[in-house]
Write a protein that binds this ligand. Structure first.
Ligand code: HEC
Length: 150
Protein backbone atom coordinates (compact mmCIF):
# COMPACT_ATOMS: atom_id res chain seq x y z
CA UNK A 1 0.00 0.00 0.00
CA UNK A 2 2.94 2.28 0.64
CA UNK A 3 4.10 3.22 -2.84
CA UNK A 4 7.02 5.41 -1.83
CA UNK A 5 10.43 4.54 -3.27
CA UNK A 6 12.55 2.09 -1.32
CA UNK A 7 15.76 3.11 0.36
CA UNK A 8 17.55 -0.23 0.71
CA UNK A 9 19.37 -0.36 4.06
CA UNK A 10 21.03 -3.00 6.18
CA UNK A 11 19.21 -3.30 9.54
CA UNK A 12 21.99 -1.48 11.41
CA UNK A 13 21.94 1.37 8.89
CA UNK A 14 18.16 1.61 9.08
CA UNK A 15 18.32 1.84 12.85
CA UNK A 16 21.03 4.45 12.62
CA UNK A 17 19.01 6.46 10.11
CA UNK A 18 15.99 6.48 12.41
CA UNK A 19 18.16 7.62 15.32
CA UNK A 20 19.45 10.43 13.11
CA UNK A 21 15.91 11.35 12.18
CA UNK A 22 14.80 11.58 15.79
CA UNK A 23 17.80 13.80 16.43
CA UNK A 24 16.78 15.99 13.50
CA UNK A 25 13.39 16.48 15.12
CA UNK A 26 15.07 17.41 18.41
CA UNK A 27 17.12 20.03 16.54
CA UNK A 28 13.90 21.48 15.10
CA UNK A 29 12.41 21.55 18.60
CA UNK A 30 15.46 23.41 19.90
CA UNK A 31 15.24 25.92 17.07
CA UNK A 32 11.59 26.63 17.88
CA UNK A 33 12.42 26.93 21.59
CA UNK A 34 15.23 29.33 20.72
CA UNK A 35 12.86 31.43 18.63
CA UNK A 36 10.32 31.56 21.46
CA UNK A 37 13.03 32.68 23.88
CA UNK A 38 14.77 35.04 21.43
CA UNK A 39 17.96 33.05 22.00
CA UNK A 40 19.80 33.27 18.68
CA UNK A 41 22.89 31.50 19.97
CA UNK A 42 20.76 28.49 20.87
CA UNK A 43 19.20 28.56 17.39
CA UNK A 44 22.61 28.75 15.74
CA UNK A 45 23.86 25.84 17.84
CA UNK A 46 20.77 23.71 17.19
CA UNK A 47 20.92 24.38 13.45
CA UNK A 48 24.45 23.02 13.36
CA UNK A 49 23.06 19.62 14.43
CA UNK A 50 21.28 19.43 11.07
CA UNK A 51 23.65 21.57 9.02
CA UNK A 52 26.00 20.32 6.34
CA UNK A 53 29.38 18.87 7.15
CA UNK A 54 31.66 16.59 5.19
CA UNK A 55 30.90 13.75 7.61
CA UNK A 56 27.18 14.30 7.24
CA UNK A 57 27.63 14.27 3.47
CA UNK A 58 29.51 10.98 3.55
CA UNK A 59 26.89 9.39 5.75
CA UNK A 60 24.07 10.54 3.46
CA UNK A 61 25.96 9.27 0.43
CA UNK A 62 26.27 5.89 2.11
CA UNK A 63 22.60 5.81 3.19
CA UNK A 64 21.43 6.71 -0.29
CA UNK A 65 23.75 4.37 -2.18
CA UNK A 66 20.86 2.16 -3.31
CA UNK A 67 18.18 4.83 -3.77
CA UNK A 68 18.63 7.20 -6.73
CA UNK A 69 17.83 10.77 -5.70
CA UNK A 70 17.97 10.16 -1.95
CA UNK A 71 21.45 11.53 -1.33
CA UNK A 72 20.75 14.67 -3.39
CA UNK A 73 17.68 15.38 -1.25
CA UNK A 74 19.60 14.70 1.92
CA UNK A 75 22.38 17.10 0.94
CA UNK A 76 19.86 19.77 -0.09
CA UNK A 77 18.25 19.37 3.33
CA UNK A 78 21.52 19.94 5.20
CA UNK A 79 22.47 22.93 3.05
CA UNK A 80 19.02 24.45 3.59
CA UNK A 81 19.39 23.92 7.34
CA UNK A 82 22.61 25.98 7.19
CA UNK A 83 20.52 29.02 6.27
CA UNK A 84 18.80 28.80 9.68
CA UNK A 85 22.11 29.49 11.41
CA UNK A 86 22.94 32.26 8.94
CA UNK A 87 19.72 34.06 9.87
CA UNK A 88 20.26 33.40 13.58
CA UNK A 89 23.72 34.97 13.46
CA UNK A 90 22.08 38.11 12.03
CA UNK A 91 19.49 38.01 14.84
CA UNK A 92 16.85 37.87 12.12
CA UNK A 93 13.85 36.06 13.64
CA UNK A 94 11.61 36.19 10.53
CA UNK A 95 14.60 34.96 8.53
CA UNK A 96 15.02 32.02 10.93
CA UNK A 97 11.35 31.14 10.55
CA UNK A 98 11.52 31.34 6.76
CA UNK A 99 14.65 29.16 6.69
CA UNK A 100 13.02 26.70 9.09
CA UNK A 101 9.99 26.52 6.82
CA UNK A 102 12.19 25.79 3.81
CA UNK A 103 14.09 23.17 5.82
CA UNK A 104 10.91 21.46 7.01
CA UNK A 105 9.76 21.31 3.40
CA UNK A 106 12.87 19.28 2.59
CA UNK A 107 11.99 16.92 5.49
CA UNK A 108 8.38 16.40 4.46
CA UNK A 109 9.07 16.07 0.75
CA UNK A 110 11.68 13.39 1.39
CA UNK A 111 9.28 11.54 3.71
CA UNK A 112 6.62 11.72 1.00
CA UNK A 113 9.02 10.17 -1.52
CA UNK A 114 11.10 7.55 0.31
CA UNK A 115 10.69 4.74 2.80
CA UNK A 116 13.14 2.38 4.41
CA UNK A 117 13.52 -1.06 2.91
CA UNK A 118 15.49 -3.55 4.98
CA UNK A 119 17.89 -5.74 3.03
CA UNK A 120 20.50 -8.39 3.85
CA UNK A 121 24.15 -8.19 2.83
CA UNK A 122 23.53 -9.96 -0.47
CA UNK A 123 20.71 -7.64 -1.50
CA UNK A 124 22.70 -4.63 -0.29
CA UNK A 125 25.63 -5.56 -2.54
CA UNK A 126 23.37 -6.06 -5.54
CA UNK A 127 21.35 -2.87 -4.98
CA UNK A 128 24.31 -0.53 -4.57
CA UNK A 129 26.98 0.39 -7.13
CA UNK A 130 30.23 -1.53 -7.00
CA UNK A 131 32.36 -0.17 -4.22
CA UNK A 132 29.58 0.77 -1.82
CA UNK A 133 29.50 -2.70 -0.36
CA UNK A 134 33.19 -2.63 0.35
CA UNK A 135 33.10 0.90 1.70
CA UNK A 136 33.21 0.85 5.48
CA UNK A 137 30.15 2.33 7.09
CA UNK A 138 31.13 5.79 8.22
CA UNK A 139 29.17 5.39 11.45
CA UNK A 140 32.14 6.20 13.63
CA UNK A 141 32.07 9.66 12.15
CA UNK A 142 28.85 10.48 13.86
CA UNK A 143 29.55 12.55 16.91
CA UNK A 144 26.32 11.61 18.67
CA UNK A 145 25.90 9.31 21.63
CA UNK A 146 25.04 6.35 19.47
CA UNK A 147 25.97 2.73 19.81
CA UNK A 148 26.35 0.58 16.75
CA UNK A 149 26.75 -2.87 18.18
CA UNK A 150 29.99 -4.80 18.34
C1 HEC B 1 16.68 12.66 2.39
C2 HEC B 1 15.47 12.17 3.00
C3 HEC B 1 15.03 12.63 4.36
C4 HEC B 1 15.12 13.89 4.91
C5 HEC B 1 15.67 15.14 4.27
C6 HEC B 1 14.56 13.80 6.22
N1 HEC B 1 14.14 12.53 6.47
FE1 HEC B 1 13.23 11.88 8.18
N2 HEC B 1 13.08 10.01 7.39
C7 HEC B 1 13.51 9.63 6.14
C8 HEC B 1 13.20 8.22 5.94
C9 HEC B 1 13.51 7.41 4.68
C10 HEC B 1 12.56 7.78 7.10
C11 HEC B 1 11.97 6.38 7.35
C12 HEC B 1 10.54 6.47 6.86
C13 HEC B 1 9.87 5.12 6.65
O1 HEC B 1 10.55 4.12 6.35
O2 HEC B 1 8.64 5.10 6.73
C14 HEC B 1 12.50 8.93 8.00
C15 HEC B 1 11.94 8.90 9.29
C16 HEC B 1 11.86 9.97 10.13
C17 HEC B 1 11.32 9.93 11.47
C18 HEC B 1 10.79 8.68 12.18
C19 HEC B 1 11.94 8.10 13.00
C20 HEC B 1 11.58 6.82 13.71
O3 HEC B 1 12.08 6.61 14.83
O4 HEC B 1 10.81 6.01 13.16
C21 HEC B 1 11.38 11.19 11.97
C22 HEC B 1 10.93 11.68 13.35
C23 HEC B 1 11.98 12.04 10.96
N3 HEC B 1 12.27 11.26 9.85
C24 HEC B 1 12.24 13.39 11.11
C25 HEC B 1 12.85 14.19 10.14
C26 HEC B 1 13.02 15.62 10.27
C27 HEC B 1 12.54 16.46 11.45
C28 HEC B 1 13.65 16.03 9.15
C29 HEC B 1 14.09 17.42 8.75
C30 HEC B 1 14.56 18.32 9.78
C31 HEC B 1 13.86 14.86 8.31
N4 HEC B 1 13.36 13.77 8.95
C32 HEC B 1 14.46 14.89 7.08
C33 HEC B 1 14.13 10.43 5.22
C34 HEC B 1 14.40 11.78 5.37
Amino acid sequence: MDSRQNVPLLPMMANHQKQNMREHLIAVQEIVAGLAAGDFDAIDKASKRIGFSEQMGMMCTHMGAGAPGFTERALAFHHTADTIGEAARKHDAPGVLAALDKTLTTCTSCHATFKQHLVDEAEWSSSTPAGSAAMPMPMHMHGGPMRHGP
